[in-house]
Design a binder for this molecule. Structure first.
Ligand SMILES: Nc1ncnc2c1ncn2[C@@H]1O[C@H](COP(=O)(O)OP(=O)(O)OP(=O)(O)O)[C@@H](O)[C@H]1O
Length: 259
């Protein structure tokens, strides 16, 4: 593997919802232009973890973190961090497509307009490129001004990816992006992830073990400890995690022997 550059370094990250600790002491790197899968049983803190990487978790109310998340060397939890900018640079796609009730075009142009881009020609170009990058162009090019909510679930999810790509993020976080999709739509998202590999840093939470094995370069296995607090058990190259994990709990989980 080529030299690895950490895009995001997570150092001893603990996370609290109010007084309840959901994550304890997570330390790992998310490497630039690689795909990192986050796997583990329900409730082990995968979503909490991924949402703490662009501080979306703060929208959930009174939350607190300990430790650090460094994005190219900057601690994102510093007071001076501009949250809008951070969330543009570290985009996110959720479990269910969350498009706005507006046209296909306007959904993708939305973030661009907020960022101050108003020239129609430039908007047209960036919107087209983003939709092409999300492997959706041929399916929507003749109905760009129709409602985005008329698209199928899989198309909507790819449009969410296009919307995230339009503002040129450095990192794309995906929280179970295929859990509401059928196998064909899932395959299209996996192909899309594959086509973005090498150009974009991606972290994906998935319950689907085959998917993690298929799409990722690195895998982190999360679990809860005896106090039901989430922790990262093991991180490594995906082939090693699935074929020769060091920790017995990882081996049990990836082989389906999880109790
Ligand atoms: N908004 C919230 N307020 C309080 N507790 C929460 C909140 N969101 C999650 N939790 C708790 O934090 C813990 C971790 O939840 P999280 O959703 O991160 O796990 P997960 O591994 O992503 O689960 P799943 O695979 O079921 O989506 C759980 O105990 C959950 O109940």
């Amino acid at each position: 593997m080529n030299k690895l550059i950490p895009a995001i370094r997570i150092k001893s990250l603990s996370f609290f919802y109010g007084t309840t600790k959901a994550l304890e002491g997570v330390t790992m790197d998310i490497h630039q232009n690689k795909v990192t899968a986050i796997i583990g049983p329900s409730g082990c803190g995968k979503s909490t973890f991924i949402k703490s990487i662009n501080r979306i978790s703060e929208l959930e109310g009174k939350v607190r973190v300990e430790g650090q998340v460094e994005f190219y060397g900057q601690n994102i939890y510093e007071r001076s961090v501009n949250l809008n900018r951070l969330r543009r640079q570290i985009g996110m796609v959720f479990q269910k497509p969350n498009l706005f009730p507006m046209s296909i075009y306007d959904n993708v142009a939305y973030g661009l307009r907020i960022a101050g881009l108003n020239s129609k020609a430039q908007l047209d170009e960036v919107v087209e490129n983003a939709i092409k990058n999300a492997a959706l162009w041929d399916e929507v090019k003749n109905k760009l001004h129709k409602s985005a909510l008329g698209l199928s679930g899989g198309q909507q999810q790819r449009l969410c990816i296009a919307r995230a790509l339009a503002v040129k993020p450095k990192v794309l976080l995906m929280d179970e992006p295929c859990s509401a999709l059928d196998p064909i739509a899932t395959m299209k998202i996996e192909e899309l992830i594959d086509s973005l590999r090498g150009e974009l840093t991606i972290a994906i939470v998935t319950h689907n073990m085959q998917q993690a094995a298929r799409v990722s370069d690195f895998t982190a296995f999360f679990n809860t400890d005896e106090s039901r607090i989430g922790q990262m058990v093991e991180f490594g190259i995906t082939g090693q995690i699935f074929g020769n994990a060091l920790d017995e709990r990882t081996r049990d989980y990836v082989s389906g022997r999880f109790g």
